[in-house]
Design a protein around this ligand. Structure first.
Ligand code: AMP
Length: 303
């Protein structure tokens, strides 16, 4: 284990992670885990603070997981900034950062994958067919290596959260999953490591995602329940900003099954969307009927 002068201990191997978490539990501590791909921002920081509310010892994992990227995606250019990440972790009271090499998580000859069916075929799974299998495989490895803990995941990746909740139940993992709310920039854009890719007017155009959600939220609050009408509000927002739709979908909050265009929302529904701003794919979501307007109190979109 290599300890920086101050701040979190940097762990590179599963054996080090196991030794530390075993020792924490043996001393009566509760372990909190925050899995990430690094390039940390205030969204990740809020997960760390949430973990500290549920556990007295917090560990962050930083691993850009190759199996969740498609062949034409941004694996090779995904931002890496370990020193800056360690600083952010130090400021959030994180005790250790587990940042393994690829070969540590995928040993030579690796043949095993974890797949959750039913929750992974729609929404992001439709355009990223092997993505969730990569996510569940790496998260299962991280949770097994960590052992009994609470693990915090952001609602920013709402489908991922539901898939992991299911996986933890099905694999009988001794882990409590804690969901954390989406953190946004002052103008409403959901924080994402991929926002760093936005160039020129793309940053401004990226507001079409949160503004589309906000528009739908306001119409929902005013009584609109028709699925096609609510989805169309987001599509209009995309079109005006030149954002190319990947998907815009209302879906069941628990099962993630998309609602039909001819349906009406009963109670609450997940409004999930993904769009390309230039070559950058961004996602966002909210639960209509549960979450407030994502732009309320923010910038020009506030009503
Ligand atoms: P990533 O590093 O993008 O794989 O994300 C690691 C964790 O941070 C996941 O649980 C994400 O859902 C969460 N996360 C990323 N962005 C945000 C955000 N803006 N607000 C809340 N959680 C986030």
């Amino acid at each position: 284990m290599q300890a920086p002068i101050s701040g979190p201990v940097l762990l590179r191997t599963v054996a080090e992670l196991r030794a530390l978490t075993d020792a924490m539990r043996a001393s009566g501590s509760k372990v909190g885990l925050v899995p990430t791909m690094g390039a940390l921002h205030d969204g990740h920081r809020s997960l760390m603070l949430e973990a500290r509310r549920h556990a007295n010892r917090v560990i962050v994992t930083i691993f850009v997981n190759p199996t969740q990227f498609g062949p034409d995606e941004d694996l090779d250019k995904y931002p890496a900034q370990l020193d800056k990440d360690l600083e952010l972790c130090a400021g959030a009271g994180v005790e250790a950062v587990f940042a393994p090499e690829r070969s540590e998580m995928y040993p030579p000859g690796d043949r095993t994958r974890v797949r959750v069916s039913g929750l992974t075929e729609h929404l992001c799974g439709a355009s990223r067919p092997s993505h969730f299998e990569g996510v569940t495989t790496i998260v299962a490895k991280l949770l097994i290596a960590t052992g009994p803990c609470v693990a915090v995941f952001g609602k920013k990746d709402f489908q991922q959260l539901r898939v992991i909740e299911r996986m933890v139940v099905d694999l009988l993992l001794p882990v409590q999953i804690i969901p954390a709310p989406i953190v946004r920039e002052a103008d409403g854009l959901a924080l994402s490591s991929r926002n760093a890719y936005l160039r020129g007017d793309e940053r401004r155009r990226s507001l079409a995602l949160s503004q589309g959600l906000s528009l739908a939220a306001r119409h929902f609050a005013a009584g609109e329940r028709r699925v096609f009408a609510l989805e169309q509000l987001v599509r209009d927002s995309f079109e005006q900003a030149g954002v190319v739709e990947d998907y815009v979908a209302l879906a069941d909050v628990e099962t993630l099954q998309p609602l039909q265009a001819t349906d009406e929302v009963q109670g609450s529904a997940l409004l999930a969307l993904a769009g390309f701003v230039g070559s950058t794919r961004l996602i966002d979501n909210m639960v209509l009927g549960e979450d407030g307007d994502p732009l309320s109190g923010k910038g020009e979109g506030a009503s």
